[in-house]
Design a protein around this ligand. Structure first.
Ligand SMILES: [Zn+2]
Length: 93
């Protein structure tokens, strides 16, 4: 399967339910035909679900800030206000 038209950021945004620069349909069609990308999306969805539902261990605020910095550099598609809000929630806890 040709992955040239699909980048990691596309798969991450798709798994997070974000708009993918207007290419949601293109990514959906790709993962139907590509087992590798479908597996990647499934892993990302699983990770997202764990992050949303597992509040048993809250990372320290500095870990959230560091993660925010890492993701901000690599994931331009994710809404920065949402990410900042996640860090604010962590530092308030
Ligand atoms: Zn693929």
């Amino acid at each position: 399967m040709n992955h040239d038209s699909i980048c990691d950021e596309d798969l991450i945004a798709y798994a997070m339910g974000e708009q993918c620069n207007g290419s949601t349909e293109r990514i959906a069609a790709h993962i139907v035909a590509c087992a590798d990308c479908a597996a990647t999306v499934q892993r990302l969805v699983t990770i997202r679900q764990v992050c949303i539902t597992d509040d048993s261990i809250a990372p320290p605020p500095e870990t959230r800030v560091r993660a925010y910095g890492m993701f901000r550099r690599t994931l331009r598609l994710i809404n920065e206000e949402w990410m900042a809000a996640q860090c604010a929630v962590g530092s308030a806890a």
